[in-house]
Design a protein around this ligand. Structure first.
Ligand code: IZC
Ligand code: ZN
Length: 416
């Protein structure tokens, strides 16, 4: 693999360390001016300022005095699905709520039908296009959930598509099993039977084939109760799948409290998270993975991010890319909303979309900051400083994306 010396960095801004940052530390980032980064064998070998040492055989890339940050970590996506749901836009405009569309057999369940109809290759090909676009926006690591199969063979099909994609394209993918995403129609009269199937058939099979690192569940009114969610997450734990939970997205039914109690690695959404939930997460060491583009898309309120930071809960932010509540791949929009709607500072936002995102998916020891030993994942921005990328909106400011030392230029994101 070619080594790379990135020179003439006007400003290198990065959080530091291999663990999530909370409280005041979330806003404390390292700023190096006139910096350089040496990447060897896909990993960061050295970071310095002033004149770089010998480049050896490394290719030299001049950053032109621009801003450089770590590659962005999108810690929450429903990447693998068949079809889209543009038909729901008209329903939304008529005021039909998200959970009503689901209760009528639409929403997630319509994506389940389309996903069951697709082959593993078709799912991978479609998701591959999404990943190309994500890379062009600066995402270099991405979590990807199953949860549109809701029966063994189709959940495995989604997770195998993720495994295949992980080998075929540059973004590192972290797979999550989410058989607990919705109750399939045919189990409407026997919820317990479905939950038993998730716990006793799907989770063991997923673990056996090593297809996922995490187990996630949608704890929500009309979907899974906290008790049912606990059962699924405990079963996952028993098989080595670390717990994550969709909590307090629409109704505060106890998901965030459960997250803290069972030591979930992350809790997702948290739009209507109560104070007790925030305190439970702080105690349980749970990362709050906030999804502001979903709030925007649902016309909902925004999660109490400032209260979380003040209470010592590390805040991460991600896209929630999915065909229903957030068909968005752009982490730069997420950063805008982090400032404008959560009122976080650009520094807190940067930590949320890099190091804390990495911690939310168990990757903080290898990505999320620009430091020796971590992967050579960086973005050169069409910007002079961090404020600029949080302030501009609707453009793609990621000029060059570097993934494990490979260089991808914007304008059709070809490697060169
Ligand atoms: O397909 O609607 N919230 N799951 C929980 C989603 C949104 C994805 C979807
Ligand atoms: Zn989600």
């Amino acid at each position: 693999m070619e080594n790379l010396l990135l020179t003439n960095i006007g400003m290198l801004v990065t959080p530091t360390g291999c663990a999530a940052k909370s409280g005041a530390a979330q806003g404390e980032v390292q700023v190096l001016r006139d910096a350089w980064v040496l990447i060897e064998d896909g990993k960061i070998a050295e970071v310095g300022t002033g004149r770089p040492g010998q480049a050896g055989n490394a290719r030299i890339l001049d950053a032109g005095g621009r801003l450089v940050t770590p590659g962005l970590v999108d810690a929450h996506t429903h990447l693998i699905f068949g079809g889209w749901r543009q038909n729901e836009l008209a329903l939304k405009l008529r005021g039909v709520p998200y959970l009503d569309i689901l209760a009528q057999g639409g929403g997630i369940l319509s994506t389940v039908t389309a996903t069951r109809e697709a082959t593993e290759e078709e799912l991978a090909e479609k998701a591959g296009l999404a990943l190309e676009e994500m890379l062009s926006f600066g995402t270099t690591t991405c979590e990807a959930k199953s949860g549109y199969g809701l029966r063994l063979e189709d959940e495995l099909k989604q997770l195998r598509a993720i495994r295949d994609l992980n080998e075929k394209q540059p973004i590192d993918l972290v797979p999550t099993f989410m058989g607990g995403h919705a109750l399939p129609k045919c189990f409407a009269d026997d919820r317990e039977a479905y939950i038993r199937m998730v716990c006793e058939e799907m989770i063991p099979a997923v673990a056996e084939e090593k297809l996922a690192r995490f187990c996630d569940v949608f704890c929500e009114t009309g979907v899974f109760t906290p008790e049912e969610s606990r059962k699924i997450l405990e079963a996952g734990k028993k098989h080595g799948l670390l717990p994550k939970i969709h909590a307090d997205e629409i109704d505060p039914i106890g998901g965030s409290q459960l997250a803290g109690e069972i030591g979930a690695v992350s809790a997702e959404h948290l739009i209507v998270c109560p104070t007790e939930g925030i305190e439970a997460m702080a105690k349980g060491g749970t990362v709050a993975c906030l999804l502001p583009a979903t709030s925007l898309y649902l016309g909902a309120t925004f999660a109490p991010a400032r209260q979380m930071v003040n209470t010592g809960v590390p805040v991460a932010m991600a896209t929630d890319f999915n065909p229903g509540s957030c068909p968005c791949l752009n982490m730069q929009l997420v950063m805008n909303l982090g400032c404008l709607r959560y009122r976080l500072t650009p520094e807190e936002v940067l930590t949320a979309v890099t190091l804390n995102g990495a911690a939310a998916i168990g990757m903080a020891d290898s990505v999320g900051s620009v430091e020796p030993g971590k992967l050579g994942d960086l973005v050169i921005w069409d910007a002079q400083d961090l404020n600029y990328i949080c302030y501009r909106m609707g453009s793609n400011l990621a000029r060059t994306v570097i993934k494990r030392g490979r260089v991808f230029e914007r304008n059709n994101i070809h490697e060169n």
